[in-house]
Design a protein around this ligand. Structure first.
Ligand code: FAD
Length: 937
């Protein structure tokens, strides 16, 4: 890369393959992803190495709508864009954000959440994040005793954020202000955050990798004034760029990508009027409309260190990821079911602490750091702060050393607030002002609007939250005035949070958006947009994680296009490399499941080899599959570039063989069950944890097409909160439990188990149930012989929600009050090849599309293929395992608990359950019974 100052260049034109306008997170990530493709890329940045007042003045705007923060506080014109001052709060959009919600006009995205999943994980590396967990995974692995009893799942779902971790002092401005004046801080919307001291500054983070590329040129002080097209007005051709002295340069390329931020992307298109006086891509008058942002509504506050329980629940958590400890921030959001029931927007609640002191253990650590750095003042002030608070020191040590959780701080003020997703309003918009900036460009005119529904949502969320705190017996926070003084008072305190979005929104229909699902501007070839302006809906989540994910996705798309386009000047772009797998074991599972998957998906997977027990077995498999086969597992594992090993060993041997596989030191994908003996399983899990190894389990039932559609229906709240799930003689023991727990939500804690055994003819039935802490119920009925008998009806999985029931082939929506209607699940097949499943719901037809359609895989193979693809993401991009070893062990433990209960005659067994304790208890009972009998008169 060369970092060039356009002021020092006198050429009047430049030629590149691709131009990226803007060097914020969206633009720099795109350029980085395009490195090594052979494409000559120019990044045009309006500002200099760092933002300065004169450059920033180009961001100035005229506001005629809801009050907005000064441009200096919410945007930076300089290398790295606004990442020079952002706070780094990151998270994913929710599934419901992507869905068309009938009660919200223009809701929904033209892509499925699944289309972004891999990119969220890949984005994590740029943002300095640990594994991106979905809400259920987060709740499962981060919950602790303070989360008991849980939030009412009918009202709230879990939400989780992380903080970007970089090397610079990003976000320090916010903390400085917050420390200086907590009242002012609480009044300014953008000061809601608190988090890591160092958020990633993209210029700093990506400067080195970009410098190493000879294909990327970054031009500073290069302000794009207009995007130009060929005379047809339909093909992007060049960018007219101004130096600060007003002289201009023309940059030519076949592909141009706008990455100027949520307001500037729209402004630049509107200002590009040579071909069309309405602006480029604006035939349907959509550019600049639907301006949304986020606003922060206070719903309660604690003065001083009150509200400890609430602060714990909504505070941060440590999560051990291999050898690193990362911080996740907990929160809650309105459940999809309640949004649907009341016709509300998506909204989240989180907490921010201001002022005050960190806990005394942290100040002690600061004192030690001060001593080491010979910083006398720092040492003395930290030591004195520690010494004055002996009780806090003890409490913090107890938290950290005994409970392994972050100690509580002593804030001066804790704000509890909600961020409500904004409703899409075409009149909330960016247009061009009559006024111009110092470069002669028309300024942006912002008519930002709030809606009644946003107010109603904030009211409802605040009401539910206070009711929940009361029910849970927590301290009640002081309520803000707006709750009683009405909508105007609510709106008066709101400011934008520096997240302008949706102004070039993504839509399949050019009449309701500007870009298509690939971020290309409708009707204009070679012109793309990156950044939050393409969001179809803003959701409640901070945008940058999604922005970066979409940039990576766009880069992949462009690489694909270049490979296909033989005319392109640079055709060296390589497709992403295939996932390389080694197999251990060569039985029927490999022959019937894995081999067909590998054959059907050979463009995505590559088999490094297979190791079996015998040479004869190896020869047979080599002949059947053409894979390199042998008997030496270590030699297989020692090969270069293996992403993970699949262990498909005879099930009777797993307890003996799995532990040895951990020593191979490669990520593992183990066939289910994870173990037969809970004790062996626990030892294995300990070994995995100690080795810090990625291990996934091939539990395919939750990933079967049917289950994926069911999960989607549940996730969208279409049957209300799920209260019970039942395996009615349908799925074998551990498969059944795995599926039921996934459907009801693995994060919901099990507190007791019951089991009964019944002998019906030659069948041994196990009738088991698991009670959940929140009142939910898992019913598991199974017998191995049941399914073999023609005398028994087909088994089924049933999911019971407040407002509907899901069965394998049918769903019923509605409750007693709303005339329930049944709807069959339709299999859409293409000459026996599953294209997808669909079901008619109150929201219209909901589809599940088979991502492997065209490959001829059957349902079980589709499920395993899905797991393998996700395992590939886990191995490469630090995604959590699709089905973790600890989840699989819990399944085995729950089954064991039901069996112990059945053996003991059916009593309720408290969970978590230890078989060792149970055995000791049973032995003790037997001994005492015997003693009693013996002593009977
Ligand atoms: C104080 C603050 C705190 C924030 N906290 C968070 C947070 O916690 N979490 C979160 O997700 N987000 C947060 N954000 C928002 C985050 O910074 C943005 O989402 C992100 O920077 C957007 O990336 P971008 O590349 O799309 O745009 P930007 O970062 O705005 O970059 C756009 C770039 O384009 C350049 N440019 C503009 N016009 C032109 C032109 N005509 N020609 C050439 N170059 C041009 C600009 O100079 C800039 O460098 C925060 C923002 C601020 C200001």
């Amino acid at each position: 890369m060369s970092l060039r100052d356009l002021r020092a260049e006198d050429s009047s034109s430049h030629e590149h393959d691709l131009i990226v306008i803007g060097s914020g997170p969206a633009g720099l990530v795109l350029a980085t992803e395009l490195m090594g493709t052979g494409l000559k890329v120019a990044v045009l940045e309006s500002g200099g190495e760092e933002a300065d007042e004169r450059s920033n003045a180009l961001n100035d705007f005229q506001s005629i709508g809801q009050r907005r923060a000064h441009h200096d506080e919410v945007r930076c014109r300089g290398f790295g864009g606004s990442s020079a001052m952002w706070t780094g709060r990151c998270g994913m959009l929710d599934a419901i954000d992507f869905h068309h919600r009938p009660w919200l006009p223009r809701s929904g995205w033209p892509i499925e959440p699944r289309a972004l999943r891999q990119f969220y994980h890949r984005a994590g590396a740029y943002l300095g994040l640990a594994a991106t967990l979905d809400d259920s995974q987060a709740a499962q692995s981060l919950f602790d005793a303070d989360d008991s009893p849980p939030w009412d799942t009918a009202l709230f779902s879990n939400e989780v954020w992380q903080y970007s971790n970089g090397e610079n002092e990003g976000g320090s401005l916010i903390r400085q202000l917050a420390a200086a004046d907590v009242t002012e801080a609480s009044g300014i919307g953008i000061l809601q955050h608190s988090g890591r001291t160092k958020a990633v500054n993209f210029a700093e983070r990506l400067r080195q990798p970009l410098l190493q590329s000879s294909d990327i040129d970054i031009f500073l002080h290069a302000t794009a004034m207009e995007i130009e097209t060929r005379p047809d007005g339909r093909t992007a051709r060049s960018v007219l760029v101004a130096r600060p002295d007003g002289t201009t340069v023309r940059f030519h390329a076949r592909t141009i990508i706008l990455a100027c931020g949520g307001i500037e992307n729209a402004r630049l298109l509107l200002a590009s009027r040579s071909a069309n006086p309405k602006g480029l891509g604006n035939d349907a008058d959509q550019v600049g409309r639907y301006l949304t942002d986020h606003h922060f509504t206070e719903i309660g506050r604690f003065e001083g260190p009150k509200g400890a329980m609430v602060r714990r629940r909504l505070g941060s958590r440590w999560h051990a990821d291999a050898d690193t400890r990362t911080i996740y921030q907990m929160g809650i959001r309105s459940s999809p079911a309640i949004q649907r029931e009341r016709g509300l927007l998506n909204a989240t609640i989180h907490m921010t602490e201001f002022g005050g002191q960190p806990n005394a253990l942290s100040t002690l650590a600061s004192a030690v750091r001060g001593a080491k750095a010979r910083d006398k003042d720092g040492f003395l002030s930290s030591l004195s702060s520690t010494a004055k608070r002996p009780r806090n020191l003890l409490a913090a040590a107890n938290d950290r050393l005994i409970h392994h959780r972050p100690p509580l701080n002593s804030p001066e003020l804790t704000l509890l607030g909600c961020v409500v997703e904004q409703e899409l309003d075409p009149d909330s918009r960016v247009t061009l002002s009559e006024e111009s900036n110092w470069l002669g460009q028309p300024m942006a005119k912002l008519d930002w609007r709030l809606s009644d529904l946003e107010y109603r949502t904030a009211q409802a969320v605040a009401g539910d939250f206070h009711a929940e705190l009361q029910r849970l017996g927590h301290d009640m926070p002081a309520r803000p005035d707006w709750l009683t003084s009405g909508q105007e008072a609510w709106a008066a305190q709101l400011l934008d949070l520096a997240h302008p979005s949706c102004t070039t929104r993504m839509s399949d229909d050019p009449a309701s958006g500007v870009v298509d699902a690939n971020c290309k501007i409708h009707g204009i070839d070679g012109l793309y947009v990156a950044g939050s302006s393409v969001f179809s809906t803003p959701g409640h989540m901070n945008p940058t994680h999604t922005i970066v994910s979409l940039s990576i996705r766009l880069a992949d798309h462009l690489k694909g296009k270049i490979v296909d386009n033989k005319d392109a000047t640079a055709a060296q772009a390589k497709p992403p490399s295939r996932i390389r797998i080694g197999f251990i074991g060569g039985g029927h599972r490999v022959a019937n499941i894995y081999a067909p998957i590998m054959k059907a998906l050979e463009n995505r997977f590559e088999v490094a080899g297979i190791a079996t027990k015998t040479a004869a077995g190896a020869d047979r498999i080599a002949a059947e599959t053409g894979w390199p086969a042998g008997t030496d597992i270590a030699a297989l594992a020692g090969q270069e570039g293996i992403d993970f090993l699949v262990a498909a060993l005879p099930s009777a041997s797993i307890d003996e063989t799995y532990p040895g596989l951990i020593d191979l030191g490669l990520p593992l994908f183990l066939e289910t069950p994870f173990c037969w003996s809970e004790i062996k399983g626990r030892q294995l899990l300990q070994k995995i944890d100690k080795a810090g190894l990625l291990v996934g389990v091939a539990e395919q039932f939750p990933f079967m097409p049917e289950a994926q559609l069911q999960r989607k229906i549940i996730e969208l709240g279409l049957i209300g909160p799920v209260n019970a799930v039942m395996n009615d003689f349908c799925a074998y023991d551990y498969h059944g439990i795995g599926l039921l727990r996934t459907l009801i939500g693995r994060e919901r804690r099990a507190i007791n188990a019951n089991g009964r055994q019944a002998r019906i003819g030659d069948e041994d039935w196990l009738l088991g149930s698991i009670g959940l802490e929140d009142g939910g119920l898992i019913a598991h009925n199974y017998s191995a012989r049941y399914r073999q008998s023609d005398a028994r009806p087909a088994g089924d999985i049933r999911i019971y929600g407040d407002r509907g029931t899901i069965m394998s082939d049918k769903m019923i929506f509605g409750d007693a009050a709303t005339a329930p209607a049944g709807s069959n699940v339709i299999r859409n097949e293409d000459a026996g090849d599953l294209a997808g499943l669909s079901v008619e719901t109150p929201d219209g037809i909901i589809n599940w599309h088979n991502p492997f359609h065209g490959s001829g895989l059957n349902d079980e193979q589709i499920a395993v293929a899905e797991l393998l693809v996700r395992m590939g993401d886990s191995a490469r991009y630090q995604a959590p395992a699709p089905y973790s070893a600890s989840s699989a062990l819990e399944d085995v433990e729950l089954l064991a608990a039901m069996r112990y209960s059945a053996d003991a005659g059916g009593g309720s067994l408290g969970l978590p359950f230890s078989p060792v304790t149970q055995k000791v208890r049973r032995k003790a009972r037997q001994v005492s019974t015997r003693l009693l009998r013996r002593n009977r008169p």
